[in-house]
Design a protein. Structure first.
Length: 534
């Protein structure tokens, strides 16, 4: 069977060029950040809201009639001080508004200082950037963000960055003044809606499938990537086709080609089967851009928009990495939600029923719950979540086909071979926000040059044993983390806030115990998720 192979940009431009040019409502995206948006979720999870909460970022037109925003749009006082106060505490930094164009420009910043136990130096983060968002006419939306950073980190983060060559979720680094790091990144997208049923988005950013704090299907844990996303909304169904170009920074860098490339195509179908129940079906295929036969490029067979590509993958004689999964959320009462996920990387039913720990039974699962206005206390949010992923899940015989990007997992930051519990409490009063988060994880580290199944960038061909594999094998390690934070929201238009907090981390096994105690304070714009709890 002949294969048609093209570069990602060629395929994306071809699809975009085929779009019908019918004007309807634009569909800009709602940033999927957690610092304040979880209070909006109280409304989004109400029975009858018909919002597919497991697909993030949200489409703003789908939720703007449900959520409220205390950003004032008009000035009512002519006094200079009142205008200045209004500009810095209520509105976007710069706005262009006309009949056909609406554009906002806001600063992105973070200035943080802190002290870690056993370290006399001041740890710092210095981020400068901008965020541009807007609409052109009634059917086109766009956004762009740019960040320039210099920072020093706690010991465990510093170790990770030096080992992986990336700041978690924020890209590659170069040394800065000896013990610091310099890193920058940009994200952008353009969104086009030819009808109320379809949206096409082409950009460089992140996506998230799930209702939990973590996702075992696709999370925003890793660095940004180029993608083309097609969203279909029909009746009670939301269907996502996601095409991605990923990079393997783990392999040698080429001056002509950069880091080696791989591609992924994903489908996610969310169906609201009842006003209180939504179920999602997920599928992903990952393949390398160049194999032993030469440059492969984007596999056009995987452009098939229908879910369940595994038969297509098999029909082309493909050795590619295939994953399947499901997501479920159930709304309980007025203010509670139970949710869960199942991820299947590879398994044999015969081996599964024997319960003998066959290495190829690679899967993970999640179970959690959220409570809004918990304990009848307005604006108290509680969440508890358990995640479990077996050894060797997400890995492949080659890192060019594993479920990773830029030296990080596309799913959970711990990779595989772990059990994890996360507990979160948040409360807000007017513009004051308080949060407390606790993590506990049990995992098995890969040691002595052996692959026990935690690092997804190691080849699964080197598994230590065919049978008797279990979570925690290898160097059995316990991780405890607690983080408390208090912040004050200065400007809700772009989430500018001042904050302070305390982080405690303890990683312990039979060979070592690593303790981190970190006190910090600063000012920032919170428009994304950055994970440091691993």
């Amino acid at each position: 069977m002949m294969r048609l192979r093209y570069g990602f940009a060629t395929v994306a431009l071809f699809v975009v060029s085929c779009l019908p040019f019918a004007a309807v409502f634009s569909q800009p995206l709602h940033p999927a950040y957690y610092n304040q948006s979880y209070f909006n979720e109280k409304t989004l999870y109400q029975p009858g809201a018909n919002v597919h909460t497991s697909v993030k970022p949200y489409f703003l037109p789908e939720i703007q009639s449900l959520i409220t925003n205390d950003t004032a749009q008009h000035e009512t006082d002519a006094r200079l001080w009142t205008k200045i106060k209004h500009k810095f505490t209520q509105t976007h930094f710069f706005t262009i508004r006309s009949k056909d164009i609406h554009v906002t420009l806001d600063p992105l910043l973070q200035w943080e200082g802190g002290r870690e136990n056993g370290n006399s130096d001041l740890l710092y983060k210095n981020t400068r950037g901008f965020m541009l968002e807007g609409n052109i006419g009634k059917n086109v939306a766009f956004a762009s963000r740019f960040y320039e950073n210099q920072a020093t980190f706690c010991g465990y983060m510093d170790d990770f960055i030096r080992a992986k060559g990336v700041v978690p979720g924020q890209g590659a680094v170069k040394n800065f003044k000896g013990d610091g790091f310099d890193f920058s990144r940009s994200e952008a997208y353009i969104s086009y809606s030819p009808s109320s049923y379809f949206n096409f988005q082409f950009g460089h950013g992140k996506n998230f499938f799930g209702d939990g704090y973590r996702s075992l299907l696709l999370s925003d844990n890793a660095f940004s990537y180029p993608f083309l996303k097609i969203t279909t909304n029909i009746w009670k169904i939301k269907y996502i086709n996601l095409y991605m170009q990923l990079q393997d920074k783990n392999l040698p860098y080429s001056k002509n080609l950069g880091y080696q490339k791989k591609y992924a195509t994903m489908q996610y179908l969310s169906y609201q089967i009842h006003p209180r129940v939504q179920i999602g079906l997920f599928e992903a295929i990952v393949w390398e851009a160049q194999d032993s036969s030469g440059y492969r490029g984007f596999e056009l067979n995987y452009l098939d928009p229908v879910i369940f590509l595994r038969p297509v993958e098999f029909s082309v004689g493909s050795p590619d990495n295939a994953l399947m999964g499901a997501n479920l959320n159930v709304k309980i009462g007025k203010h509670s939600v139970a949710y869960g996920q199942l991820l299947l990387d590879e398994f044999k039913l015969k081996e599964m029923t024997k319960g003998n720990g066959w290495w190829g039974n690679k899967f993970g699962w999640q179970l959690g719950g959220k409570m809004f206005d918990a304990l009848n206390i307005p604006d108290l949010y509680l969440q508890a979540e358990f995640n479990s992923v077996r050894p060797y899940t997400y890995s492949h015989w080659s890192s060019l086909q594993n479920y990773g990007h830029y030296n990080q997992s596309l799913a959970h930051p711990l990779g595989a071979n772990f059990n994890e519990f996360v507990g979160i409490a948040r409360y807000n009063y007017h513009r004051w926000y308080a949060s407390l988060k606790f993590n506990y994880a049990l995992y098995g580290l890969d040691t002595a040059g052996q692959n026990f199944g935690k690092d997804i960038y190691l080849s699964y061909d080197d598994h230590v044993s065919d049978y008797d594999n279990k979570i925690g094998q290898g160097l059995r390690t316990n991780l405890y983390m607690a983080k408390a934070e208090l912040s004050y929201l200065i400007n809700p238009a772009y989430n500018l806030n001042v904050y302070g907090g305390y982080l405690y981390r303890k990683e312990t096994n039979k060979h070592y115990t690593d303790n981190t105690s970190f006190v910090y304070f600063g000012i920032r714009t919170s428009v994304e998720n950055i994970y440091d709890d691993f």
